[in-house]
Design a protein around this ligand. Structure first.
Ligand code: GAR
Length: 288
């Protein structure tokens, strides 16, 4: 339980102890003040006494814990903590943005996006990855979904291309935004039309070079090296009806060394993807 609290409040053991002490001392102080105030009203014990006591406790408690947090060095923690409680009580709830990630492979990008969007308290999240969509049974990304407690969907080629394109499933899950993170099938036009500027892809090269049908994973890196490029990188773009083609949102580059191999380039590219993709997704979701 203490480990859980440490993770949730992002504190070390000593600070956790001081936070618990602040709660305990602040709570007692609040009880003391509450009773003193009620004595001054001269009210007899009864229902109205209890109601007034609860009201006074609610109003006085934040001041008491803030007061106690000062000598215990926990003021900034409690300022933030009380701020969040206030936000939850008074802020109009904005709808969470539901994201689906489509992937065919190991799912390292999916993992990083989930880690980024799902950090912090579940109640404070404005975007959630609701569904992992995969075309390959046994792909690593399905394990990523399982580990993060996210529902996964293995899609069937016929239904994806010639059937209803799974649109009813995405609507049922209220999916607002689709991220292709190493998804190798072309997306059918009907699905693209259902998510205008709400579907993005990442490509492991600097488009428009080295994109198109058959250009994925190590094939891209082999082509970059064979062409003698001095630079490669990543491209994040909106999805349109052509392979690796829509409007470019962001690119980031890395050098291609003289002795570069497809494997070493893949490591550099993954590093770039993991650094930029989650933040770009968050920015596009407009949820920060
Ligand atoms: C990523 O490098 C991504 O750019 C690439 O597949 C990899 C998936 O890695 N996508 C394409 O090649 C699309 N044309 P991951 O499964 O570890 O996220």
């Amino acid at each position: 339980m203490f480990e859980q609290l440490k993770r949730r409040w992002k504190v070390n053991s000593l600070n956790l102890l001081l936070v618990i002490c602040t709660f305990a001392i602040g709570g007692s102080l609040c009880g003391y003040f509450g009773r003193r105030i009620l004595l001054m009203t001269g009210l007899e014990k009864g229902l109205s006494w209890i109601v007034l006591y609860i009201i006074i406790m609610t109003l006085v408690w934040p001041f008491c814990v803030l007061l106690v947090s000062l000598p215990l060095g926990q003021f900034s923690f409690f300022k933030q903590y009380l701020g969040k409680i206030g936000q939850r009580m008074f802020q109009k709830k904005s709808k969470k943005v539901n994201v689906a990630i489509f992937a065919s492979g190991a799912g390292s990008n999916a993992d990083k996006i989930i880690e980024h969007l799902h950090q912090g308290d579940i109640r404070d999240r404005n975007a959630v990855v609701k569904l992992i969509v995969c075309d390959k049974p046994g792909a690593g990304v399905l394990e990523v979904a399982r580990r993060n407690g996210i529902e996964s969907l293995i899609i069937d080629r016929d239904r994806f291309f010639n059937g209803d394109h799974y649109l009813p499933v995405f609507h049922k899950h209220e999916i607002d935004f689709i991220v292709l993170a190493g998804f190798l099938w072309k997306v059918p036009p009907q699905l693209i039309a259902a998510y205008p500027e709400k579907m993005i892809n990442i490509h492991p090269a600097l488009l428009p070079k080295f994109g198109g049908k058959g250009m994925y994973g190590s094939k891209v890196h082999e082509a970059v090296i064979a062409a003698g490029e001095k630079e490669s990188g990543i491209t994040i773009h909106f999805v349109d009806e052509l392979y690796d083609h829509g409007k470019i949102i962001q690119q980031a580059t890395c050098a291609v060394a003289e002795d570069e191999t497809p494997e070493s380039l893949a490591v550099k590219i993954h590093e770039l993807e993991h650094r930029h993709f989650p933040e770009t997704v968050e920015r596009l979701l407009n949820v920060k």
